[in-house]
Design a protein around this ligand. Structure first.
Ligand SMILES: Nc1nc2c(ncn2[C@@H]2O[C@H](COP(=O)(O)OP(=O)(O)OP(=O)(O)O)[C@@H](O)[C@H]2O)c(=O)[nH]1
Length: 301
């Protein structure tokens, strides 16, 4: 929340851009586009804007069309848009708001009004970002939570089922964690969880998803990763955890890995196979990596 928010200014008239920049540059990072196509490019590029101030009448692609395009793209649909326009009839304003804009400011540009309305929208955006982040992350380790993992995994699996590709899943369960809590207290347990989470998240690629799945259980989704690559990676992580000794506490973990089968396997089944592999790793004596069977073994009860 302390970082400056980023605002994308879009107007085909340089003097309007200069006027808007004059009111906003002290408090925000600014990006500038002088046509709709450039606006769409910059909206998808880091730093992703927290707000777009969008002119309506522009050559080639008008602001309404730009707004529709941004709202139909999953990666830009949540960026709030304020129209800043000379189109000042009630009908125009109603139309702009119906397209999904959060506010509508009419020209001529009045710096104090722009500054106040922008300030309100930036606060709302930061609050909604913070809530979203809390809903998707585990508070102790800052890793993604189970809810996010399942959503992301289902969409990755759907993509692979349609277009092909490789996906592996790694399940990691800390060994004898109950004993850590018993011996070092809940705080000692939490220290171990955070240290293990650090190891797991520091070694992953950008497209991988590392999540805390339950108490002392973690899951990593490895995109474009075969079972043999997952095995190599799991072995490295296993060894790093073994050498961690957070606050002198000895810790190891058991790993189960599984690769998505190309026969339309669902994530739930893939995860169940990885879970079964963790169970076998525990049975083998813990602190080891086990590859899942292709089929789920049905246990006699
Ligand atoms: N400190 C701490 N402990 C937790 C947290 N969540 C779950 N636990 C504890 O994790 C322990 C898990 O114990 P078990 O499921 O018996 O597993 P284990 O002792 O690791 O044994 P194995 O998995 O068989 O090696 C329980 O004592 C839980 O209370 C947490 O957020 N912080």
């Amino acid at each position: 929340m302390n970082d400056k928010a980023t605002i994308l200014l879009v107007d085909d008239t340089r003097t309007n851009i200069e006027l808007l920049a004059g009111c906003l540059q002290k408090h925000y990072n600014l990006k500038v586009a002088m046509d709709g196509k450039r606006c769409i490019e910059l909206a998808e590029r880091d730093p992703i804007p927290d707000l777009i101030l969008l002119d309506v009448i522009m050559p080639d692609m008008d602001g309404y069309e730009v707004c529709r395009t941004l709202k139909s793209n999953p990666s830009t649909k949540d960026i709030p848009i304020i129209f800043v326009t000379g189109k000042d009839s009630d009908k125009d304003e109603e139309f702009g708001l119906q397209l999904g804009a959060v506010d509508y400011i009419t020209k001529p540009i009045r710096p104090a009004i722009v500054t106040a309305r922008v300030g309100t929208q930036i606060i709302l955006k930061q609050q909604s970002d913070a809530l979203r982040s809390m809903a998707l992350h585990d508070q102790l380790t800052r890793l993604f939570n189970r809810h996010y993992l399942i959503e992301a995994a289902n969409s990755k699996v759907a993509r692979i089922t349609r277009h092909g590709g490789t996906l592996s899943v790694m399940m990691i369960d800390i060994d004898y964690f109950k004993l850590v809590n018993d011996q070092f207290g809940h705080q000692g347990g939490d220290t171990v969880l955070k240290a293990v989470a650090n190891v797991l998240s520091s070694a992953n690629r950008k497209e991988d998803i590392v999540a805390r799945f339950g108490g002392e259980e973690f899951v990593i989704l490895l995109d474009h990763c075969s079972i043999s690559d997952a095995d190599e990676k799991a072995e490295q992580l296993r060894s790093s955890i073994e050498h961690l000794l957070p606050e002198g506490i000895s810790v190891t973990a058991s790993f189960g890995i599984a690769e998505l089968q190309p026969d339309g396997e669902e994530f739930e089944h893939l995860l169940a196979r990885a879970d079964q592999a963790v169970y076998l790793a525990k049975e083998k004596g813990r602190n080891c990596v086990v590859q899942a069977e292709k089929e789920l073994e049905v246990k006699e009860s």
